[in-house]
Design a protein around this ligand. Sequence first.
Ligand code: ZN
Ligand code: ZN
Length: 414
Amino acid sequence: MTIKAPRGTEDVLPGEIEKWQRIEQTARELFLLYNYREIRTPLFEDTRLFERSIGESTDIVEKEMYTFLDKKGRSLTLRPEGTAPVVRAYLEHKLYAKGGVNKFFYIGSFFRYERPQAGRNRQFYQIGVEAIGSDSPALDAEVINLSLHFLSSLGLKTLHIALNSIGCSACQPLYREKLKQFLNEHIDKLCDDCRRRTESNPLRVLDCKKEGCVSILKNAPSTLDFLCPACKEHFESVKHYLKMLGLNYQIAPNLVRGLDYYTRTTFEVVHSGLGAQNAVAAGGRFDGLVEEFGGESTPAVGFAAGVERIALAMDGEGVKVSDGKQTFTFIALLGKEYLEGGLLLLNELRRSGISAEMDYEGRSLKSQFRVADKLGVKFTIILGQEGATLRDMVKGEQEEVKREEVVSILKREK
Ligand SMILES: [Zn+2]
Ligand SMILES: [Zn+2]
């Protein structure tokens, strides 16, 4: 029996992982510049956390969660997204007590039972930020700017912002009613899911990707026509700041995102090189979520970017990431009897910060050199009874050196 990785999961192998490391390192460095600090939350949470935040009648909660009972019968769920856990931690540890805006970023894996395709796995990786504690539209602009800064730092060029506002608890219900009316007029042309959601959660219908529904939804009423004066002003300010920062955007009136907790600003960063799954980052405001979890009313905004999709987009744009640092030195032994001397030198080199490798198998000098060539080392040290020979693999020259001087010579060459 051969056991393979489960459907929808992926091994990230050496050769590919360097790209992932670049993505993660860029995120860590850049997010700190914007004063976002890293937070790590558990891979699984109390199932109710996601039911209450993402919404019971969303695709994620209805069909896509990995939910299980533990040995004490508690319902737990592998986290399908990052925002709800961050907000839970924010409340649980009273991080609001510091006052001001609390800014977090996270990097990690998430889980959704979806149909796997390019750029979409069942275990997937996201990098995200959350800024909790302000409703300033300048913060919306900062978060959108940061998502673009991050993606363009990785060499991505063909990026576009799709922008929308879906209103607040005061104006969204009006829109919801209007949308419901519209959907009911076309109810027989909608898919089964959308028919059901027209009643339970009409906004979710706007997420439907089925052709029949998409063509009906083209004529659906727009959230923007129903914004209350405060939401309208907020949205105008977000657009103003984006323009001021030189960021182009397109208004996307049906952009509601697949989670219930969003309010006001929603956005996606789309990369034109990707196919159907073309959003590399997406986010928005979630002004009601902290309160939903029992905290004081606290506005917040954030985004998450998909690492697999970023990696695909980097491939598409021909962004090259080197295979990591090469091994610098190889120790070749003139005979098995020099193994102990080799091990000591190997240890000395590595402890001096010089990457080194040797052959433990007692192979011929010729095959040892083959290994050294394969590793692409700069120097090979040939160890025998009479001290050592240092061979410069690039120049093809070699010289006799004293055993005790090998490390200091290589340190200078490094
Ligand atoms: Zn409003
Ligand atoms: Zn549908």
